[in-house]
Design a protein around this ligand. Structure first.
Ligand code: NAP
Length: 271
């Protein structure tokens, strides 16, 4: 073990964007610890080991961060990648399901940030990369809870970034557009379907399938996350791919009414 080698912790590294990010950071010279709720099913490779982590558990978060700091004596980069989606009309999801999404996507990040900040402040440097989404910037019908969790993440991350900057720590956001990963399969979905939303549901499924078919590769997102983790002068946010970059610009510069119309058109809703 080389004490000079920087150390990165990547949550949700068992698949998709997190898996690619962990490998990318190994290539960039980091000792990487990736996480999964069941790390025993993953195989370590040179420079990459795995540890159990459920970001919805205080005890699990404390144990994972203690493991990394105890083993390496440092933690240079945290990538908060673990996340789950939500599908279905707002009325169809139970509050317990909404809470589950927030517990992972927002409170999971909050737990992780609270756990690593003492170490990062003490060492005088650190970078936290929060994986948001294009859904952190714009509405998406039939994904309201997911969208809300990512909007909240944007506000939290940007606010904390101001608090910790003077201690050499930065919290930045990466905003992927649709990306081809198993994300869709792990979404929280309604237990009871309401006939009132049948038509929208069908359309939403088609819109989602279309966007994921042409989605970015997880490796493309990982490349941007690695840049966000290592840029000497990091940007506040890193949109990934054409869709996210375009939407991010439109959101800022297009009048609200025009933007609203566009959202309805993309989702094939009546004007
Ligand atoms: N795919 C997209 O189109 C897209 C677009 C924009 C943003 N994103 C964001 O990118 C991130 C990664 O998603 P992905 O597309 O790569 O999906 P994915 O392949 O389903 O990966 C999700 C990861 O999160 C982990 N995870 C889920 N629940 C967890 C929990 N309670 N505690 C700890 N880890 C947990 C999973 O690990 P285990 O099951 O092994 O624990 C898995 O490694 C998410 O934050 C997502 O919101 C995705």
């Amino acid at each position: 073990m080389n004490a000079q080698q920087p150390v990165a912790l990547v949550t949700g590294a068992s698949s998709g964007i997190g898996q690619e990010t962990a490998l990318r950071l190994v290539d960039a010279g980091f000792q990487v610890v990736g996480t999964s709720r069941d790390a025993s099913r993953l195989t370590a490779v040179n420079g990459l080991t795995f540890v159990d982590l459920d970001v919805s558990s205080d005890a699990s978060v404390a144990a994972a961060v203690e493991h990394v700091v105890g083993r390496f004596g440092r933690l240079d980069v945290l990538v908060n990648n673990a996340g789950i989606g939500s599908g279905g009309a707002a009325e169809e999801l139970s509050v317990a399901q909404d809470q589950k999404v927030f517990d992972v996507n927002l409170l999971g990040v909050i737990r992780m940030m609270k756990a690593v900040l003492p170490q990062m402040r003490a060492q005088g440097h650190g970078r936290i990369v929060n994986v948001s989404s294009i859904a952190g910037l714009v509405p998406q019908p039939h994904m309201a809870t997911y969208v809300a969790s990512k909007h909240a993440l944007e506000g939290y991350s940007e606010s904390v970034d101001h608090e910790v900057r003077e201690y050499g720590v930065r919290a930045v956001l990466v905003e992927p557009g649709p990306t081809s990963t198993p994300f869709d399969g792990a979404m929280v979905r309604p237990e009871v379907l309401l006939p009132a939303y049948a038509q929208q549901r069908e359309t939403f499924a088609a819109v989602m399938a279309d966007s994921l078919k042409d989605g970015d590769l997880p490796a493309t997102v990982a490349k941007v996350i690695a840049a966000a983790a290592t840029d000497v002068k990091p940007k506040l946010r890193y949109p990934v791919g054409v869709t996210a970059s375009r939407v991010s610009l439109l959101r800022r510069f297009v009048p609200a009414r025009v933007f609203d119309k566009q959202i309805r058109k993309i989702n094939r809703f009546a004007a």
